[in-house]
Design a protein around this ligand. Structure first.
Ligand code: HEM
Length: 311
């Protein structure tokens, strides 16, 4: 890497919404790390090039390295704040940890392109990894979660996405990387749909059909919005970039929740506020209608960080 050039971020971190997604979780085969390192660099470069080739269908993606795998894979240096998923539970609210060595997110407005690229990447990694989980996501209606509520409205916009999601000069060796948390949530839609629309809206803190935020004084302390809208010690809003999409089939469906941020702390504080509440008994009532099946922590390095290990 030229010392003067800005490391290129992986384009899936801050990408705008897409129609389709593929999520691949891999574990590395022990002893193959030396072969895998250049291969991961190639995969990231390949994804980067395809974003150009399939620009018309908004192809993007990234490859991320698991918190527990990092030191084995890149023993020389570690992102300053990288740590395993902050598993937690309280009463019926579970946020379990389930770590994977590698995570590949691919997104595109063409399903055929995604399928082709997923196959291609799987082949590039053959013999070096084991595919542990595969899930496909889709845009539902006008970007709604399967609960029927628009998801992503308060996400950072424009250039602010980069400021929120990417590591800056505070950890120069990992600049333009991002801390990623992934939770696969399975919804209990039959219970949810038995609620009146007003009850659902009180749980989210926004109206359903026209997606209007409740006035501050009307937001229940147990609403999702109230529980995740937090401020840091300087009184500034804690912001994460959510890249979640609905997934599933009739047997199991929900939200593939994905948070990207320049620090892992904001996600952890929000999750804590959802699960444990505010200390006065107010937890997130959305958690009564969905449960997390997984919880994984990754770092998404810049393309140029990974390229150091190309052969
Ligand atoms: C906002 C759904 C999990 C953090 C929202 C909104 C919906 C929603 C409908 C309102 C629209 C918007 O601004 O996007 C869900 C569902 C979840 C889930 C269905 C799981 C099944 C989480 C988790 C976190 C989180 C695990 C973080 C730990 C946020 C944040 C906002 C938000 C930061 C924006 C709040 C604001 O500034 O108004 N979510 N969410 N969500 N959610 Fe979630």
């Amino acid at each position: 890497m030229e010392p003067q050039t800005m490391p290129r971020e992986q384009l899936g971190i801050c990408a705008e919404i897409n129609l389709h997604s593929v999520y691949l979780m891999f574990n590395a085969i022990e002893g193959e790390e030396n072969h895998l390192r250049p291969c991961i660099a190639n995969v990231a470069e390949y994804i980067h090039e395809l974003a150009d080739q399939y620009g018309d269908s908004a192809f993007n993606g990234f490859v991320a390295i698991g918190a527990n795998f990092w030191d084995t894979f890149y023993p020389a240096a570690r992102p300053a704040l990288l740590k395993p998923f902050p598993a937690m539970s309280k009463d019926n609210r579970e946020a379990p940890g389930l770590e994977f060595d590698l995570f590949v997110q691919l997104r595109c407005d063409r399903y055929d392109v995604l399928h082709l690229v997923a196959n291609e990447i799987n082949q590039m990694l053959e013999g070096l990894v084991e595919l542990m989980e595969e899930e496909r996501g889709f845009r539902f209606m006008d970007s709604r979660d399967l609960t029927g509520f628009v998801d992503g409205t308060e996400n950072p916009k424009g250039q602010h996405r980069q400021q929120v999601a990417l590591v800056g000069n505070e950890d120069i060796g990992f600049k333009n990387g991002s801390y990623a948390h992934v939770q696969k949530f399975a919804h209990d839609l039959s219970s949810w749909q038995r609620l009146s629309v007003k009850k659902q809206e009180d749980i989210i803190g926004r109206t359903k059909s026209d997606n209007i935020e409740y006035a501050s004084e009307d937001k229940p302390l147990t609403s999702h919005i109230k529980r995740v809208n937090l401020k840091n010690d300087q009184g500034e809003p804690m912001e994460i970039l959510r890249q979640s999409m609905p997934y599933g089939s009739l047997k199991e469906q929900g939200l593939m929740f994905i948070s990207l941020c320049h620090t892992p702390d904001y996600f952890e504080k929000m999750l804590h506020s959802m699960v444990h509440g505010d200390g006065a008994g107010n937890h997130d009532h959305l958690m009564n209608f969905t449960h997390a099946l997984t919880g994984s922590s990754f770092f998404v390095p810049s393309v140029d960080f990974l390229a150091q290990f190309e052969e």
